[in-house]
Design a protein around this ligand. Structure first.
Ligand code: ATP
Ligand code: MG
Ligand code: MG
Length: 376
């Protein structure tokens, strides 16, 4: 049988592997830690850092096709992989998505809006940039951030010194204008090695404390907005010559303008609804895309709300399941249930999306009151 090598051992790799195994593939993983979510179910483990070329060579020795489940692969390994014939996705999107400045430049060059921004490498630059962009604005590390880590909202000039103290030593930064969005949306596109392209239905995403909380599908937007969101994502897919999967996170404002927040060249948390609500899941589609198989249909079969299970939700999840008569539980096999850590997700389906949202709002696991209380 054929073997797929996956760089990264997290939950996205695990769910890719579960799909690939159902399709008859064997899985090898490269990951620095043993016992990772993917390591637990992979057929072969290469224990190595993401910038270890020897590790990449070992993975290549046992793999027919190599893909990745996260974007922070060392540039040396990415370049080496590109010299093999088993890395159909190439390294350009890795390079772009690893660095928020390169990402914003590339998106802008493709003709798509991003929030006004400025690079920041000193307190002086921060002050100048904040003065130009005005408040509120948000300071982010250009590299390595996820789940809202490495970012700070700045409400006024009196917060600049503190913001610099907190993030100034974390490498290059970018200051962005806060977009007063009415909704956050995402579009997940797949493109196969043969050039076939498919988009999944647009998701409406709700974040809590910088971490994705819910994806609601269908998104509660007009047909025209849906078309615009998909068109913007398609434009990026074409500009970047995508092979594999591209997730595009967007802000939608009241007047219908779309800004792209960031991209991820892989299956994405906001696409987990596809596992139980679409004909083909984003993970099966990704495997099809990188293996050169025809892509599957992406139609939505039923409304769905994906809700993330964080460490603090885990103790109640099994008992609380009976509050959701129509739901699918996905857990990632992680041991340490730290608060804010993604431990799994629940796909809640139902014919009435508002009723599904109400189930979640009033559930013992995700009760709205609690979240508001915790913020104060
Ligand atoms: P992810 O886990 O999605 O990779 P991340 O750490 O890369 O997250 P961002 O996506 O940049 O972080 O930001 C997290 C969330 O913070 C966004 O989804 C949005 O809710 C809010 N946010 C970030 N930047 C802005 C902005 N310029 N204007 C308004 N809201 C923002
Ligand atoms: Mg991100
Ligand atoms: Mg994001």
């Amino acid at each position: 049988g054929r073997t797929i090598g996956i760089l990264g051992g997290g939950q996205l790799g695990r769910m890719m592997a579960l799909s690939a195994k159902a399709m008859g593939y064997r899985i090898a993983v490269l990951e620095p830690k043993t016992g990772s979510p993917l390591g637990q179910i992979a057929d072969m483990e290469v224990v190595a850092a993401y910038d270890d070329i020897d590790g990449a060579r070992q993975l290549d020795d046992v793999s027919d096709v190599i893909t990745y489940e996260f974007e922070n692969i060392g540039a040396n390994v990415a370049a080496w992989l590109e010299s093999t014939d088993s890395f159909p996705q190439g390294s350009r999107l890795l390079e772009i998505s690893q660095d928020r400045l390169k990402e914003k430049q590339a998106i802008t060059e493709a003709g798509i809006n991003v929030a006004p921004y400025a690079p920041v490498t000193s307190l002086d630059e921060l002050k100048t940039a904040a003065h130009t962009l005005d408040y509120p604005c948000i300071l982010k590390t250009t590299r390595g951030g996820y789940d809202g880590k490495g970012q700070l909202v700045i409400h006024g000039a009196d917060e600049l010194d503190r913001a610099w103290e907190e993030l100034g030593s974390s490498g290059p930064l970018v200051l962005e204008k806060m977009i007063a969005f009415s909704k956050e949306l995402s579009v997940i596109f797949s493109r196969s090695t043969a050039g076939e392209m498919r988009a999944f239905p647009v998701a409406e995403n709700v974040h809590r404390d910088g971490i994705l909380h819910q994806s609601i599908v269908p998104a509660r937007i007009s047909v025209e907005t849906e078309r615009k969101a998909v068109a913007a994502a398609r434009r990026l897919v074409k500009a970047f010559g995508l092979v594999g999967t591209l997730a595009v996170e967007m802000f939608l404002t009241e007047d219908g303008t779309i800004y792209v927040n960031e991209i991820a060249p892989r299956p994405h948390n906001s696409g987990h609804f596809t596992m139980n609500a679409c004909e083909t899941s984003q993970f099966e589609q990704h495997i099809r895309a990188v293996c050169g198989l025809p892509l599957g249909k992406t139609d939505l079969l039923k409304p769905c709300v994906m809700v993330n299970i964080l460490g603090e939700h885990l103790p109640r999840i099994l008992d609380g399941l009976d509050e959701f008569p129509e739901a699918h539980l996905h857990l990632y096999g992680k041991d340490a249930a730290e608060p804010g850590r993604k431990m799994g997700h629940l796909n809640v389906t139902g014919s009435d999306p508002e009723a599904v949202l109400e189930q979640i709002r009033t559930s013992s696991i995700w009760r709205e009151k609690e979240a508001m209380g915790a913020k104060q």
